[in-house]
Design a protein around this ligand. Structure first.
Ligand SMILES: Cc1cc2nc3c(=O)[nH]c(=O)nc-3n(C[C@H](O)[C@H](O)[C@H](O)COP(=O)(O)O)c2cc1C
Length: 164
């Protein structure tokens, strides 16, 4: 049985943001590809939103591991349901960078900014569709940006703001 599980969480300070994102995506892409898991990850305003899709047992087991991850906290399950087919079939883990479209989406729902835990069931479905249509940022790009950020003397890179 295929399921889709979506949750939100709060980022915990660990390493630099870009390094954490790059590490998380590297692990996710490798593991998910091997275990037929698909999904999407969005990060902004110190919050993660992630959907995992795949066989129920595999997704649930992965989620148990993700819940223990020290890079985030306050994990809140937003939805878990059986699905007829995988929505994010093109991606083992699509990463969508913080963007104005999402801000507008939340503003239209009377939330000042990206606050995934505020969404109701219908709005979650809408938000997932939004992420499905959104532009992807490749793991390669995130890793390269993390590398440039780490090697720059002030730990500053133009464009870093777009990850926040
Ligand atoms: C927000 C977030 C999303 C994650 N998504 C995935 C994912 O989709 N797939 C995955 O294998 N690991 C993901 N991870 C990493 C896992 O939590 C964990 O580090 C990984 O499964 C390795 O666990 P292990 O060291 O216990 O084997 C994610 C971590 C975070 C913080």
């Amino acid at each position: 049985m295929l399921i889709q599980l979506c949750y939100a969480s709060t980022r915990k300070d660990h390493q630099e943001l870009l390094q954490d994102l790059s590490d998380i995506l590297t692990t996710a892409v490798r593991f998910n590809r091997l275990h037929n898991i698909n999904g999407v990850l969005y990060y902004a305003h110190n919050s993660f939103f992630q959907c995992l899709e795949g066989e129920k047992e595999v997704v649930e087991q992965l989620f148990e591991g993700i819940k223990k991850d020290k890079r985030h906290q306050d994990i809140i399950l937003l939805s878990k349901k059986e699905i007829p087919n995988i929505q994010f079939s093109d991606w083992s883990m699509k990463y969508v960078q913080s963007n104005k479209g999402v801000d507008l989406f939340f503003k239209a729902k009377n939330y000042e900014y990206f606050q995934p835990t505020k969404l109701n069931e219908t709005q979650i479905v809408e938000f997932i569709q939004h992420l499905l249509d959104a532009e992807e940022v490749t793991l390669k790009k995130v890793s390269e940006d993390a590398e440039v950020f780490n090697s720059s003397p002030k730990g500053y890179k133009r464009g870093y703001i777009s990850y926040i």
